[in-house]
Design a binder for this molecule. Sequence first.
Ligand code: PEP
Ligand code: MN
Length: 263
Amino acid sequence: LVSRKQQPEDTVVQVGEVAVGGPGKTVIAGPCSVETEEQVREVARALRQQGVRLIRGGAFKPRTSPYDFQGLGEEGLRMLRRVADEFGLKVVSEIVNPADIELAEETIDVIQIGARNMQNFELLKAAGASRLPVFLKRGMSATVEEFLFAAEYIVSGGNSRVMLCERGIRTYEKWTRNTLDISAVPLLKQESHLPVFVDITHSTGRRDIQLPVAKAALAAGADGIMMEVHPDPAVALSDANQQVDIPQFEAFMEDIRNQGLLQ
Ligand code: PEP
Ligand code: MN
């Protein structure tokens, strides 16, 4: 069902006023984790000013260590909703438990399924039964074929509003957090009709190369990019080393817009 052979024309996923996978490029930005209402509000204001309509933020955080910040859970989703409504934004947030899909439908606009859960088949089936669009990230060791089969779980469950996100894969390279598989972008576009994103934050794990990586992603045919923005990354409760601050985000957006890459 996700194959271009089945459907030659691109799928456009409508999220509020944003037509994801349509002619324009989509930016999804926001903090790694939802921490406080003021933190989310500062980011939301900057997004709105830059014309970004989709805010991300993790409330259920799949952390490597059980001692790390695990997220605010339900309260985090409600906080995102309140702030997003103040600024006319739509909310993308990760769900890790099939039992929380109902809560997601009540509070957010797009269900994110993270790299660690790309093959959590019960979660994929639950997302397939949801009325919300799904932002599916590639597993850190998943092949392109496995990634597309994961999307197939959701679409075959009855939910055709799926967006794919390449977020880097594990290799021996240590200078980046993951290795962005840029060739996955044209491959996914060729093999599937679903919109394709590149997460420029988790793929690189560093701030200094996000602009050229974003350019490469868009030039390779990505329908959009995802990035993490935090008002004060140094004190962030997760991913402090890779999030950009608000002036850096604004400079990034200006650059990418001036170069005509968002059309
Ligand atoms: C995220 O986007 O919040 C995240 C945890 O990324 P990933 O699942 O790609 O590691
Ligand atoms: Mn993060």
